[in-house]
Design a protein around this ligand. Structure first.
Ligand SMILES: [Zn+2]
Length: 454
């Protein structure tokens, strides 16, 4: 036997071995769900991604099995990849990805019945694996099928809301409801169980924010685990409010004192080249960024009320009130307008600042225009904010008692003198604190409605 023939034979054996490895390979794409699928409903959104690092995704199939019936749901997979020539097998291919966004439910499958069903996703790649059939992966889920949207029953009355103020509604949702609450314009206020043992009886604090037209309708929204949604009406009255106007004459010495200090603690703000422009940046852009931060802080609210008594108002003079519409003048010219969303309370310098009610510190630190600030969570989306403090005596996570000293007043942030900027927040949106300071309002609007569930 010649050396050449032996070499050819060895080569053949090696190639055959490589082929056997390739065709018996079980390398398969991965299927990754985006978001949780908890059930199927009228038309439940389903989103997933199929990925393969070595091969191209060849097919993606979606089907629903119910008893003996199998319903195929057509999917359009947008595959993104850059394919290299087939013979350059040693080159690692770019990852092949197919993103699928579809809907599965009664609308797509008219014969789908209430009960349970199995949702199955099968994906294959174009490898030679499994004797040229391609690598295959499967994801299968047993899910409840709910075709009736959630039912909502209102239990409380009446519902009176002041523009800029808060109100409480109590309602009952049907089993399987995952999310419910009150929608006012673009705002959504989530609900909470009235008691741990009554998860379907919900309380919801909602507001007509100061800048929402009182004619904007409010509705109750409930969504179940299958994506079915109910939007229902409830009876309420909104009382429009006239807010104060105020003019602030900007002086260089005020801006020189507050602006550089805020900017130095907020590195993301770009120097605008002049004191006035920097002030306007702080007063506008930073104010809005801080408002978004307050919404983010509100996400960690407790799922039950942490307080029992009315809220305490600091014994200090009111220097500005909620939703004052401010016009800013500089050398006699109007340079800005902003709405002041809280109460400015001034007493002696560095007066003790006391927690308005029992709660847990949700935030303690520098917060832009509010300077050194504390946010206390009182549960169910309700919080109190204390701004412009000279010193802070608590830290995030600390439980606090009503009337407990949490720091001292000051003039940090956008403050013209020593005072405390105080407001109540609902899901991070400023609401008029006057209501929460009023024991009669607390009794009528909150306590009386929750009394049956104590
Ligand atoms: Zn203020």
């Amino acid at each position: 036997m010649g050396k050449g023939l032996a070499f050819l034979l060895v080569l053949l054996v090696v190639l055959l071995a490589a082929l056997i490895v390739k065709v018996t390979s079980r390398e398969a794409p991965t299927i990754q769900l985006q978001g949780q699928i908890k059930g199927l409903g009228q038309s439940t959104p389903i989103q997933f991604e199929v990925r393969d690092p070595q091969h191209s995704v060849r097919s993606v199939q979606l089907e629903v099995r119910q008893g003996k019936r199998v319903f195929a749901v057509p999917v359009v997979a947008g595959t993104t990849e850059v394919r290299t020539s087939w013979w350059r097998f040693w080159r690692k291919r770019p990852e092949s990805r197919a993103s699928i966004q579809t809907r599965v439910g009664r609308k797509e499958i008219p014969d789908l019945q209430e009960g349970r069903a199995t949702l199955r996703i099968v994906a294959t790649n174009d490898s030679w694996g499994r004797f040229f059939r391609g690598g295959r992966s499967e994801l299968s889920m047993d899910l409840p099928v709910r075709l009736t949207p959630p039912q909502v029953q209102v239990l409380s009355f009446p519902h009176y809301v002041n523009q800029g103020g808060s109100e409480l509604i109590v309602f009952k949702v049907s089993a399987g409801t995952m999310e419910s609450g009150v929608k006012v314009g673009d705002y959504f206020f989530p609900s909470w169980p009235v008691r741990d043992s009554m998860p379907e009886t919900r309380l919801c604090l909602f507001a007509y924010p100061y800048n929402v037209d009182p004619a904007t309708p409010a509705s109750l929204v409930a969504r179940d685990d299958a994506g079915n949604e109910t939007v229902s009406n409830f009876t309420y009255r909104v009382f429009p409010k006239k807010f104060h106007t105020d003019t602030i004459d900007l002086k260089d010495d005020f801006m020189t004192r507050v602006v550089p200090s805020i900017m130095s603690q907020t590195p993301e703000l770009q120097d605008q080249g002049s004191l006035l422009k920097n002030f306007l940046l702080v007063n506008g852009q930073l104010r809005q960024a801080n408002a978004r931060e307050l919404v983010a802080i509100s996400q960690k609210t407790a799922d039950h009320f942490l307080w029992t008594a009315p809220f305490i108002r600091l014994p200090a003079k009111t220097e500005a009130s909620f939703a004052d519409y401010r016009t800013y003048l500089y050398n006699g010219a109007v340079v800005d307008h902003q709405t002041h969303l809280g109460f400015d309370l001034a007493g002696v310098e560095q007066m003790p600042v006391r927690a308005a009610n029992d709660g847990v510190v949700a935030f303690a630190g520098f917060l832009g225009i509010f300077g050194n600030a504390v946010v206390i969570d009182h549960g169910c989306g309700l919080e109190s904010l204390y701004g412009h403090m000279s010193s802070i005596a608590v830290k995030a996570g600390d439980p606090v008692k009503r009337d407990q000293e949490i720091g001292r007043s000051g003039q940090t942030g956008l403050a013209g003198g020593d005072h405390i900027h105080f407001t109540m927040l609902l899901d991070g949106i400023p609401v008029n604190p006057v209501e929460w300071w009023d024991p009669h309002w607390i009794h009528d609007r909150i306590e009386a409605k929750l009394a049956p569930y104590k």
